[in-house]
Design a protein around this ligand. Structure first.
Ligand SMILES: Nc1ncnc2c1ncn2[C@@H]1O[C@H](COP(=O)(O)OP(=O)(O)OP(=O)(O)O)[C@@H](O)[C@H]1O
Length: 237
């Protein structure tokens, strides 16, 4: 789906990472882990096309970049916007319907099904500033279900979320994965990564490691670079 070619992350030309090389395969489910400040969110923003690379490039398997669903960290989302749950979830239809087109019956059924899937079927008209943190995140996941984007990027989606909601949203991620979507998630909980994410990319100031989660989490060296899409890196600068 996406290949990173000596991709260096940063802001205004200032590097914050070592060069990254490797491939997120189509249909893969990858966790990005690493200590605070190692560039996990910056990588996601770069993959989403919100930040240009400082050096190197991203190459997409298709001629054009795929439709992308990007969920930033909760703190970056504006909860004061005067819309309700249905409005937000229906935004997931925009790529298909266009911004100014009416939502049709099929779309309404899709939205209703997504709300049911995340347990919000009783509150489509609730204003978003009246949602708890967990309900807000469920709503955003309902929008992901409606959106059906081939590439899904989630930045710490479970921070501050209760266990029950977290388990439900992990199931939704599994559902998106089984539907063939490529999913990349920034996480801090290594137990969650081990249980639910087949692939892991670990960012550290010294080394980037990429491969099956069991190997990366146990600090074993991948035995074959080609099957893990992993390469070693030289220090920048
Ligand atoms: N807008 C910005 N301008 C300049 N530097 C930034 C900006 N945003 C982040 N940085 C810096 O880039 C580096 C990586 O930040 P990033 O948010 O990607 O880290 P992270 O791994 O996601 O951290 P955390 O786990 O704390 O969320 C940090 O040193 C940070 O201070």
């Amino acid at each position: 789906m996406i290949t990173l070619n000596n991709l260096v992350l940063g802001y205004q030309g200032q590097r914050i990472s070592r060069p990254l090389n490797g491939t997120f395969e189509t249909g893969s489910l990858t966790a990005i882990i690493g200590a605070n400040g190692t560039g996990k969110s910056t990588l996601l923003k770069t993959l989403a096309g919100l930040l240009p690379p400082v050096a190197g490039n991203l190459a997409f398997a298709a001629a054009r970049p795929p439709r992308i669903a990007y969920l930033p960290q909760q703190s970056e989302l504006d909860r004061q916007f005067p819309v309700n749950v249905f409005d937000v979830v229906s935004m997931g239809c925009w790529p298909a319907t266009g911004l100014l087109r009416r939502i049709g019956g099929t779309d309404k059924a899709l939205i209703h099904h997504a709300l049911q899937r995340v347990g919000l079927e009783d509150m489509p008209t609730r204003p978003i500033d009246a949602l708890s943190g967990g309900q807000f995140q469920r709503m955003l996941f309902a929008r992901l279900l409606v959106q059906q984007a081939p590439l899904v990027l989630l930045d710490e989606p479970f921070t501050g979320i209760d266990r029950q909601t977290c388990d439900l949203l992990l199931e939704v991620i599994g559902q998106l994965h089984r539907a063939g979507q490529t999913i990349i998630v920034v996480l801090h909980d290594h137990g969650q990564v081990a249980r639910h994410f087949p692939q892991t990319l670990l960012l550290t100031p010294e080394q980037n490691r990429w491969g099956p989660s069991a190997d990366i989490l146990s600090h074993r060296t991948p035995q074959s670079e080609s099957c893990f899409c992993f390469q070693s890196f030289d220090r920048v600068g």
